[in-house]
Design a protein around this ligand. Structure first.
Ligand code: CTP
Ligand code: MG
Length: 232
């Protein structure tokens, strides 16, 4: 799959073991279809199409292993393992399933429409020697900090803020070290930051948005329909 063989294998870890509570469908979010194809399949297809990934490990709920295997491309390069209760538990399961990885790309199944080109750019930055790389977009809303009662406590300068996407890329030893600690962060790069490692941002892509709510799902459907209309 990978065009750039120097430096050891790039393994993509795809957390797909969440329940999708905010989406509110009857099945876990990664198994919900967009344009007739499950999000987890779309995400894996995007990783393969990037030509920057050697292997893919997908983490799913225990009772969905068989359906995931049936949904995903039949390939020795794609493996399904059981995820965990929290996203970090799922990523840890993926790390443990790929002891030979030189680089990891951690990529949410819920970012199903991520362009392969963005995935390839993250991998290229890793190959160029950056040890932690995340896609970032400027923030368009004003962000405020608030106290427990909703009172505003501050307004950070928006120019210095970014919304972070996946895939997040790491030198494998760095991500393993981050997950060996017992600290908590809302994303993988957050764990790496706590080790004191500089995380590099590269320009993200609006299409890498996370499908979280019913409105996001509607948007994803509309995006795919728009793409089909242009290519047919
Ligand atoms: N994820 C995971 N294991 C978990 C929780 C989340 O692998 N225990 C995955 C999800 O499947 C998703 C990604 O992490 O692809 C981002 O999480 P999120 O968008 O929060 O998805 P869910 O946890 O499924 O959604 P919700 O929080 O609304 O229940
Ligand atoms: Mg969640």
């Amino acid at each position: 799959m990978n065009d750039l063989h120097n430096g050891g294998p790039v393994v993509a870890l795809v957390p797909a073991a969440g329940r999708g509570v905010r989406l509110g469908e009857s099945m876990p979010k990664a198994f919900v279809a967009v344009g007739g194809i499950s999000m987890v399949r779309l995400a894996v297809d995007g990783l393969i199409a990037s030509r920057a990934v050697d292997r893919v490990v997908v983490m799913v709920p225990a009772e969905f292993v068989e359906s995931a295997v049936a949904l995903l491309p039949p390939s020795d390069s794609v493996r399904v393992v059981i995820g965990g209760a929290e996203r970090t538990d799922s990523v840890r399961a993926g790390i443990d399933a790929a002891p030979d990885a030189s680089y990891f790309l951690v990529h949410d199944a819920a970012r199903a429409l991520t362009p392969p080109e963005l995935i390839a750019r993250v991998a290229a930055e890793l190959r160029a020697g950056h040890r932690a790389v995340v896609p970032a977009l400027p923030v368009t809303d004003t962000i405020k900090s608030v106290d427990a009662h909703g009172g505003v406590t501050g307004t950070p300068d928006r120019a210095g803020l970014r919304a972070i996407q996946t895939p997040q890329g790491f030198a494998a030893d760095l991500l393993r070290a981050a997950y060996a600690t017992d600290v908590h962060a809302t994303d993988d790069a957050g764990l790496v930051e706590l080790l004191g490692t500089q995380v590099r941002t590269i320009p993200g892509d609006p299409l890498a948005f996370k499908i979280t709510t019913p409105l996001d799902l509607l948007l994803a459907h509309a995006v795919l329909e728009g793409m089909d209309a242009r290519t047919s």
